[in-house]
Design a protein. Structure first.
Length: 329
């Protein structure tokens, strides 16, 4: 583990100030506060040391309180991708892809046992700062899942590898469920049915699309081919951060069979495979032209599991590497 997002580092500082600390308390930080605006990451050593410093000053529950203050935009590109998930639990699938592609900060896994899903965070508790960072991460999970679903879903159990702190006031308030310590793994457990809930965004867009289908069937108002293709492109774009979506996945979102979706695309003069490639290329070109996202982040958002594979595909599309394409004329 080499570095953490500067957004998470800044969030800790902001929360510490809200709890009474001042800028003078941070004068001895390796990276001055006024330098953070020019950084994307801080070293793991600095990040974990800050966790330890703030726990000493503000109590062991501070990390959990920081987690409760996290909002989706604090997670940058990863948070941006969460907004287009179709299911609540899909954020963990996207997180797993993101961190494998771009860093080694987290390693999420979902283990299902009957009606319960355990979201496991694979980390070693090799220092106090790591324990605190993990507490913050699992606390933030509670907030993010509620925001994604816009429903009051809660975990049914939380497990930590490290020993139980003396004061659990913040933990109990944040998790509101049984909290276990000195366990074999870090995990937060939810009812599988809660993780399978549609996200608030997906509900809105998919319901709108299904209403169009009702008009087709009951009023004879057929969705024009060009609009139908744009709608499917939009669903593909939303799904790509989880990996290239199968036709079955998109057909399921539109309440169609694979055969019907294939036929409708054929009537519009495109194949599903070609539409995937076109959508990936369009997103990649737009982001290279109009954003400062790294090439690795763009690879993630376009469904690639390796940056090298994205580079090869982009070269095939344009005869240029992504870096060459991005260079100003």
């Amino acid at each position: 583990m080499k570095y953490f997002s500067v957004n998470l580092y800044r969030k800790m500082l902001d929360c510490a100030k809200e709890e009474g600390m001042s800028g003078e308390d941070f004068m001895d930080l390796s990276t001055p506060i006024n330098a953070l605006n020019h950084l994307q990451v801080v070293s793991a050593e600095e990040f974990l040391t800050l966790h330890e410093l703030l726990a000493d000053k503000l109590g062991r529950g501070f990390a959990v309180r920081v987690g409760q203050k996290m909002i989706i935009k604090d997670y940058g590109v990863l948070g941006l991708s969460w907004r287009t998930c179709s299911r609540v639990g899909e954020i963990f699938e996207r997180s797993e892809r993101y961190f494998k592609l771009l860093s080694n900060t987290f390693d999420w896994q979902i283990k299902k046992e009957g009606s319960v899903s355990h979201i496991v965070l694979n980390r070693e508790a090799n220092r106090k700062g790591m324990e605190l960072s993990t507490e913050a991460s699992l606390s933030a999970t509670v907030v993010v899942l509620k925001a994604m679903s816009e429903k009051n879903i809660s975990p049914i159990q939380v497990s930590f590898k490290h020993k139980e702190p003396k004061d659990l006031t913040s933990h109990k308030k944040a998790f509101n469920c049984p909290i276990l310590f000195e366990q074999s793994q870090y995990s937060i457990s939810y009812r599988t049915e809660d993780l399978n809930l549609r996200t608030a965004k997906a509900d809105a867009s998919i319901n709108s699309y299904l209403l169009q289908q009702v008009d087709e069937k009951t009023k004879g108002i057929k969705i024009p081919g060009s609009k139908f293709v744009r709608d499917i492109e939009s669903l593909i774009k939303d799904a790509l951060p989880t990996g290239i979506p199968s036709i079955h996945h998109i057909a399921d979102l539109t309440a169609m069979s694979n055969r019907t979706l294939t036929r409708r695309l054929s009537e519009a003069g495109v194949t599903y495979r070609d539409l995937i490639k076109k959508t990936q290329e369009t997103i990649a070109k737009d982001m290279l032209r109009n954003t400062t996202q790294s090439i690795g982040e763009i690879a993630f958002l376009t469904g690639f599991s390796e940056q090298s594979a994205f580079n090869r595909a982009f070269k095939k599309w344009t005869d240029l590497t992504p870096s060459e394409f991005r260079k100003p004329n």
